[in-house]
Design a binder for this molecule. Sequence first.
Ligand SMILES: [Mg+2]
Length: 405
Amino acid sequence: MDLKSNHTSPVLTDTAPMSNSRLGIHSAIRPYPTNGPAFSSNLFLTIPRKKSGILDDVRSSLFDTMKSSSPTHNMLTKESSTETALSDSDLAYRHWLLKYPSALASFEQIAKNAKGKRIALFLDYDGTLSPIVDNPDQAYMSDTMRAAVSNVAKYFPTAIISGRSRDKVYEFVGLNELYYAGSHGMDIMGPVRPFSSDYKNCIRSTDKQGKEVNLFQPASEFLPMIEEVFRSLVEITKDIVGAKVENNKFCVSVHYRNVEEKSWSTLGDYVNDILKQYPRLRLTHGRKVLEVRPILAWDKGKAVEFLLESLGLMNSDEILPIYVGDDRTDEDAFKVLREANRGYGIIVSSVSKESDAFYSLRDPSEVSQDPFLNFTSTSCHGIPQDPGEMEEEKHDTLTFEYGVV
Ligand SMILES: [Mg+2]
């Protein structure tokens, strides 16, 4: 592998003006109208919404979804029952690997596809860079992972796109050389670059080091509503042992990993009851977490597109975006890359599940071993051992070569 120069220059622009719309939000990402159809609780789990339903069915459906969103639970039950069940699970995973090959085992092929291209790397946090843990406040990434992410960021533009608040994920990662998108991409701090007219509500700001950045918060009008819902959810769930409500700034997470299964239905009912009062919010599921977020045509996939554009990498066949994530919300990003036929997703999973990703990694420890994150490894041919020799704007100038000694 080698890293070659391919010069481009960043261009500073004035803060983008507000559009004629009240919020300055482009129509493509504008919230759905508030005077639309009345909120229907049976529409929580999928979009587009269904037209009708019975509340009991909805609650049953929510409970079922809470259970199905916990593959570890199912797997552990099987594993503890019989040896045959374990073998079936293992067999299913191996069969799944045929469809989503290991990114480690496929590195030669991936590297060939990346040859001559400029890579942009997007990483989810929980379950991807850090293990899923009982206490979400203690989802720390390992020093090995931090070193790997810091290393790859020396070569290629690297962004974290998390459901957590941007401040929280920065607190966990602690690397200044990355770009951060919190709240499932609804809070993006990126480089100061020219934008297309699609992003009217992007403002100029400064990061924690005082460096000038672009700040894009398409759900900014929802901030008071989210804070209100957060307080309501904290109050209504306070008697459910193990429930934890997390304010992620533009969305709220209700963690039920530590809640006894017999209380999951009650917890789901409580969340549903609160959401009835907020027709502009919706409910999605993660790994043992319910997530309340604005009804907004904005997700991690849109965030990837936004960051590619802000990095000046959107309209080029020479760019190879790679997105690594483990959860349902990451599927939006996988889908964007698959449908655009550019780059690829890598799903992090130790169980078989449908995905729009192309490759897989079993767990965060495998992510930390990914050769793309370890360019100075001796297993990678031709990678410069001293990235300090490269020019400062290296992110704009490097292409990927494989097998060049
Ligand atoms: Mg995740």
